[in-house]
Design a protein around this ligand. Structure first.
Ligand code: HEC
Length: 122
């Protein structure tokens, strides 16, 4: 194989490996999801009859090809910017939230990604 190919292939392989597995702690992610997300989402087997009907379940979201991207940036996606605060990321609005706000760190977002990996698609 010509050298130039190696220079291209090795970084690509590293990138693929990094993308394949989240760095977080799945058990911590499960606890965070139960504490904060079950208010609206059905989260795995935790609350099969809970959540809000109009809100997609985590299992359903996990079936999407781009679930990783969606969960990694959930705090910037509607409706979350109104009630989720992330230290280091400017709040979307200074207006008070109409529902109880909560805070997640970027590390905890990684934990949530690892937890989502454990959800069997249904
Ligand atoms: C107050 C209700 C509420 C809470 C709490 C909540 N969500 Fe959501 N979430 C929603 C609704 C409603 C949608 C659907 C939005 C839509 O379809 O436009 C959604 C959609 C999502 C999506 C898909 C977003 C997209 O653009 O595809 C992800 C990922 C998500 N939520 C993750 C989370 C996580 C992780 C938590 C907990 C840390 C959480 N949500 C807490 C209401 C909530």
């Amino acid at each position: 194989m010509p050298k130039a190919y190696l220079f291209l292939t090795i970084p690509l392989l590293c990138l693929t490996a990094a993308a394949a597995k989240a760095e977080g702690d799945a058990e911590a992610g499960r606890k965070i999801s139960l504490a904060h997300c079950t208010r609206c989402h059905v989260v795995g087997d935790a609350n099969p009859h809970g959540g809000i009907n109009s809100t997609p379940s985590f299992q359903l979201l996990a079936r999407r090809d781009d679930w990783r991207e969606r969960f990694a940036s959930f705090f910037e996606r509607r409706p979350h910017p109104v009630f989720v605060r992330v230290p280091g990321i400017p709040a979307w609005t200074k207006l008070p939230s109409v529902i109880e706000p909560f805070t997640v760190t970027l590390e905890e977002v990684d934990d949530i990604l690892s937890f989502i990996e454990t959800l069997e698609p249904k």
